[in-house]
Design a protein around this ligand. Structure first.
Ligand code: MN
Length: 203
């Protein structure tokens, strides 16, 4: 059993450690304000549901669950995102292990994979994410382009590597130049973590 509320995870590195790719100011704001807001939001919705059940009060179930999906999606994706980043030089900078082999087989290598993932990230409409995932039905790696935090998610796929392309992820450092942020991302990917997730998912 987990805890009964969501909580903001600590980062596995310092706020300055992703520079120059992500500045301290940008990372702090993103983690301490934006991610924290989704944690608060998801917990608030749990509380709203509990209160309505306790008081047997009317609840707008449709809008409550829609909000819950948004905030919980935000919390889960950010938690995965931080853990699949690493300061440059602190983790493998190319796919490793069984994940490297799966990427080779599915996409024809790291470069074609990178190109397709980059296109998914750059072209996400409005606010969203690109996610490399494992489809356990086919054992294939699959790229998802998620809108907001919860739209276009394929149910049941396990996320291996995720990139936040909401403006709040890069605006201080890159202004409106999302493609520059996406290019910088490749320097701070933690491929060891992505492979660990893949090998766990295969079990
Ligand atoms: Mn974000």
């Amino acid at each position: 059993m987990g805890t009964t509320l969501y909580s903001l995870p600590k980062l596995g590195f310092g706020y300055k450690d992703l520079e120059p790719f992500i500045s301290e100011e940008q990372l702090r704001l993103h983690h301490e304000k934006h991610h924290a807001a989704y944690v608060t939001g998801a917990n608030g919705l749990l509380e709203r549901l509990e209160k309505a059940r306790r008081e047997k009060a009317d609840l707008d179930v449709k809008s409550t669950l829609k909000e819950f999906s948004f905030h919980l999606g935000g919390h889960v994706l950010h938690s995965l995102f931080w853990a699949n980043l690493a300061p440059k030089g602190k983790a493998s900078d190319r796919p490793v292990g069984l994940l490297a082999a799966a990427i080779e087989k599915e996409f024809g290598g790291y470069e074609p994979f990178k190109k397709e993932f980059t296109q998914a990230a750059v072209s996400a409409e409005g606010s969203g994410w690109a996610a490399l995932s494992h489809c356990t039905l086919t054992n294939r790696p699959v790229i998802m382009q998620i809108e907001k935090h919860n739209v276009n998610v394929y149910p049941g796929l396990r996320i291996l590597l995720v990139l936040d392309v909401w403006e709040h992820a890069y605006y201080l450092d890159y202004k409106n130049l999302r493609a520059k942020f996406v290019e910088a991302f490749w320097s701070i990917v933690n491929w060891d973590e992505a492979n660990r997730r893949f090998e766990n998912s295969l079990k």
